[in-house]
Write a protein that binds this ligand. Structure first.
Ligand code: AMP
Ligand code: MG
Length: 347
């Protein structure tokens, strides 16, 4: 099997929709990363997703739904049989509605009480389901025409670098899936922020992502807590330490290159170093092979380019390093999270 690339033309989207409706998998563009889509309420399609990605079944999937108007978004989740709204407290419902109105369609995922229609494979047996309304117009068109929720984890083999172009998907899954819809490079570039809305209306941040903590706190008017992570009792399986990893080991430097003197650079870096420069300074381009994460210095560009930079470094000859992320606002925590996991020791 070799995957075929479809365009975003109406005729090609028809093909993608027909394939999805018959239970096949289609890689689709979203604003975060490319997703490997299949029917979220059908165990057979879900099983195909886990097999193609070699994803362990303890890692639950996010169900994606078509956009709906402000004020109707939670109801829409119940209408497509994903979420049981009767199990939400009034405070949780208020917070969830405010967040859905503010950030959907967009890179935010809410973990909410599931209905019995959602297969265990989608939720890894949990009694909650993760849901998102994506902003990418091609994803939206496909969701509208399919008419039911699609599970769509990143279209890469488990644990590896997420794809942000159709070519990345082809490199990851060409012999495992039939269809890839090319919707251009992803605009956000890192996965969605995953939040669990709690009974008291507060939010637990399960994964930093495309919507920032400051944005969440401003809209919900509630504290955003970061659950303590114990490797034995992960609150959310996507918090696994090693993830988003290139083929070659990636070493995280203790400080940016410009803050290391010559002796420290010689001690810490191999002569064939390929360095992801996150600090926005190209000082050492003559000394090492450097890859500039954010040529314009913004967090948005850094997020958008992150996974493509990791792929480019993986393809280069040499030993891979990344500067640490020193900024703590905006999309930087999501970027630091991905780099931390990409460089974590592998099991
Ligand atoms: P992705 O790998 O981008 O498809 O995101 C899926 C991630 O969302 C999982 O790895 C979990 O971290 C999180 N997630 C999905 N469903 C749940 C759930 N029911 N409870 C907690 N976290 C969830
Ligand atoms: Mg993924």
């Amino acid at each position: 099997m070799t995957a075929r690339v479809l365009s975003a033309s109406s005729a090609d989207i028809d093909r993608a929709v027909a394939a999805l409706k018959s239970g096949e998998l289609v890689a689709i563009p979203t604003e975060t990363v490319y997703g490997l889509a299949g029917l979220a309420l059908h165990t057979d399609a879900l099983a195909r997703i886990f097999a193609a990605k070699e994803r362990p079944t303890f890692d639950p999937l996010i169900a994606h739904v078509a956009p709906s108007p402000r004020g109707e978004r939670l109801l829409a989740l119940s209408r497509v049989h994903l979420v049981d709204l009767t199990q939400l407290t009034a405070a949780a419902r208020t917070t969830a509605e405010a967040l859905a109105d503010a950030f959907w369609p967009g890179p935010m995922t809410l973990v909410l009480p599931r209905t019995r229609a959602v297969p265990d494979l989608c939720t890894a047996g949990l009694d909650s389901v993760a849901v998102r309304m994506p902003a990418h117009p091609v994803a939206q068109e496909i969701l509208r025409r399919v008419g039911e929720p699609l599970a769509a984890p990143s279209a890469n083999r488990f644990g590896r670098v997420s794809p942000t172009t159709a070519a990345h998907v082809m490199a990851e899954l060409h012999d495992r899936i039939d269809w890839i819809v090319d919707g251009g490079p992803c605009a956000v570039g890192v996965e969605s922020t995953v939040l669990a809305v709690q009974g008291d209306g507060s939010c637990a941040l399960l994964r930093p992502g495309g919507v920032t903590e400051a944005q969440l706190a401003a809209v919900s008017g509630q504290p955003v807590v970061r659950p303590q992570v114990s490797p034995l009792a992960l609150p959310s399986p996507g918090l696994l330490a090693s993830h988003y990893a290139p083929n070659k080991p990636l070493h995280l430097l203790p400080a940016p290159l410009h803050a290391l003197d010559r002796a420290a650079r010689a001690r810490l870096l191999a002569p064939d170093a390929v360095v992801l420069v996150a600090s926005g300074r190209g000082d050492h381009a003559a000394e090492f092979h450097t890859v500039l994460l954010t040529p314009d210095g913004t967090d948005a560009t850094a997020a958008q380019r992150l996974f493509a930079c990791l792929r480019e470094m993986d393809a280069a000859q040499g030993t891979l390093y990344a500067e640490p992320i020193t900024q703590t606002t905006g999309l930087w925590p999501a970027i630091a999270d991905r780099l931390g996991r990409a460089s974590a020791p592998r099991l």
